[in-house]
Design a protein around this ligand. Sequence first.
Ligand SMILES: Cc1ncc(COP(=O)(O)O)c(C=O)c1O
Length: 405
Amino acid sequence: MFDVEKIRQDFPILEQQIRGKPLVYLDNAASSQKPNAVIDAICNNYRNDYANIHRGVHTLSERSTADYEGARTKVKDFLNAASTKEIIFVRGATEAINLVASSYGRTNIKAGDEILITAMEHHSNIVPWQILCEQTGATLKVVPINQQGEMIYARFEQMLNSKTRLVAVAHMSNALGSINPVKDIIDAAHALNIPVLLDGAQAAPHMAVDVQALDCDFYVLSGHKLYGPSGIGVLYGKQALLEAMPPYQGGGDMIRKVTFDSSEYNVLPYKFEAGTPSIADTIGLGAALDYVSAIGMDTIAAYENELLTYVTEQAHQINGLRIIGEAENKGAILSFVLENVHPHDIGTMLDTVGIAIRAGHHCAMPVMDFYGVPATARASFALYNTREEIDVLMEAIDELIKVFG
Ligand SMILES: Cc1ncc(COP(=O)(O)O)c(C=O)c1O
């Protein structure tokens, strides 16, 4: 049984009042709050076990190394990867995509090649490819979306061709909530031997992900959206691809032997982890994965889907509210605009009654251009949100419309 009140007790930050009202935290697509289990895991490392990892011969280093590598096993299990060699720790989804663009991209992509993305991508899944195109002479192709905010699959199929060298798409859009048909995308691309990168920054916190069942070539996620710490994320890559890729950064830990003439690189996954990593945060991410796994990703997805259905029904009843993004397959995100009220004013006004949402372009400016809006207000939901919080949000929006309208 999913007991949201019990879950809320695991998140100490949610207990507070903001401007005299109970905090209603609906900015989860930007970053989610942390349960005690994560906070405790980080504190425990710093209080009891902290030391630099891997080369230590003393007890603290051994303990931190065991917990750091333990987190890698937890990520492997969470994504159902075949091996811990396929799990690279990075700073977040952004760094993971940049790693692939730099290392895989510069080795495999050349002038005349095409990289295919969609029109709903986060800037993190646009700009690294633009940089790669500038450096190589390749071309970035963009699969359009329809008014509901769904990628037009027929256009995707038409745009895949013998020049396409990589497909990089969001598993779930942060600006619209749309969930892309990633299995079909991967199967279609693989039929032409084209690898696929999935940007899972939004999907991984909200649904079960099985990289082997999907057969994706790369999958990226950010810890801080998954109830874990900021500054830690994951690049999953198929072992054969990672083996063939050159290092992304040079430095300590990613080498086996260094002379002034040349260096011999370390084995996977260390080849891609240069320098001292974010040790305690990695251990914190492991605790976050334990936390959500104990609840069950399918249970979380089902609960959040109920929230989405409820908030969508309520939003449809508000005159002057336009939902931006109504994909049939959608995660728990409500992006919207109001007649006569700028999204930034919506955000500021809602804060006065304790409600935290995000207003802006959500790092997806092309999506804003497509809908002809400068920005949207976005309420994004997590496993600890409730129907009562949606009622509070809707009442506040009603009030706002009365004042401004
Ligand atoms: C879909 C998507 N991709 C990539 C990112 C970038 O994640 P990060 O800033 O954690 O690197 C985000 C963050 O909002 C996102 O929503």
